[in-house]
Structure formats: structure tokens, C-alpha cells
Design a protein. Sequence first.
Length: 202
Amino acid sequence: MSIWHVEVVTRPGLGRCLVATSTILAGETIISEEPALQTSPEGDEQIDAPTAVLRAYCSASSDIQQTVIGSLATIEYESSCSTAVKAREDAEQIAESHLWAQGHDVNSLQLAIMAFRLNGHSFNGGRSAALFPLLSKAQHSCSPNALYQPTGIEGRYVALTTILSGDEVVMNYLGAEATMGHRMRRSLLQMQKLFLCRCERC
């Protein structure tokens, strides 16, 4: 059963972000929803491998494909950055070598790979990657107020602290690396997620 205590708002310098619509106490569920799309890796594929991502993307409805591409709408990055270049190369190679990808626009395939790389969540016990309509819009902070928890058929954010109505809901993108010093954290986020963290902790 889906639960929403957030709305998507656009803020200067941040783009779209999740904001609490009511006071949420520590330990309470902020939002719970099913993935818009999840991968089904084959063999030794990583959960966010380009082939796994594009197999799922190419078999999805046009509405789901738009949701996937739309998750990148607020992320600004240079088309010449190594992550974008590699995603483009992967998209072109897959479009040429797999029948299920032929006929799909290479630009869209590149964006789908980027969407999972930048906004994907581990799901299904770590056996797949998932993009969510709202969860995937949460911004990063090295001092998060929300924790991601996959629950089997849904993903959810649980409040780590009391979140007041109007507060932004933020999670930590780094996982175990969150304990590193601020220079290393900022370097990893810039390399992996293509932004320079400017949260209070950094």
C-alpha cells in the first residue's frame, strides 16, 4: 500500500526535491511506493549493467519510459563527462547488437542508462536496481533525515529525525562511504553522481 507524506517542489539551485507535507516523527514512514521500473539482471550482470537497464527500459510502456527519462530532468552534467560518454558508447553498442533495442532512439537509451546510474536504488534483496516515481527525486545530504528501506514489493523512506512540514526530505547517496572525510565524500559524489555536495556537513 503506497504512502505519501511528501510533495515534489522546485527550489532555486536545487531543482526538484521532496518536501514533507506534514510533520513526520523519527521512525515513521515518509513515503512508500512500487518501482516505476526495475532491472532483471541475467547471469553475472550487475544490477545496473547497461544491458540489464535497457532490456527493462525497451520492454516498458511509453509512460514508464517517460518517467525514467524524467528522473534526469534536474540533473545538469556536461555531455563530455566520462559517465555520459560511457553511457553513450554503451547505448550505441547495445542498439547495434540487440534486436530488442533496435528502433529505439540512442539518445533515450543513453538517458535511461544515466537515470539508473544516478538515481537508481538497490531493490529485491540487492538482486535488481529500481527507479521510483517519487523516491528517486530525493536530494542528497551527508546529514540525511531519511533512510531508504526496500520492503519486497515497495521501496520506502523512513524518517531518521523529526521532519517538519515544509522541510526537505534528504537521503545519503554514499552508503558506507558516508563516514569518510568531506573531501573524499565530495570527490566521490562528483565522480559517481556528477554534482559537488554543498550540504551543511560539507
